[in-house]
Design a binder for this molecule. Sequence first.
Ligand code: SF4
Length: 78
Amino acid sequence: MPSCPNINTCRLINAPLDFVSGSDIKIYRRIYCTTDRFSGCRRFQFKQKEGFCPDFVLPDTQESHEDILDRFDNEPDN
Ligand code: SF4
């Protein structure tokens, strides 16, 4: 079965973020990262367009692309 091409570099999976539980990461991996559903992952989609993906974006994030960009631009560290 295909898996996400970002699986070895994606921070959600490889540098677990403190606002996402380990059990949620396991679920995301099972639903998106290790299946052909990776193309529906918002992190995958955003990175395809922008070349990067902010940490706060999750595979099932509902915010629009523009809202994600605005939120990223307004984060204090960016
Ligand atoms: S969270 Fe999304 S971008 Fe990251 S490895 Fe999984 S499917 Fe790929």
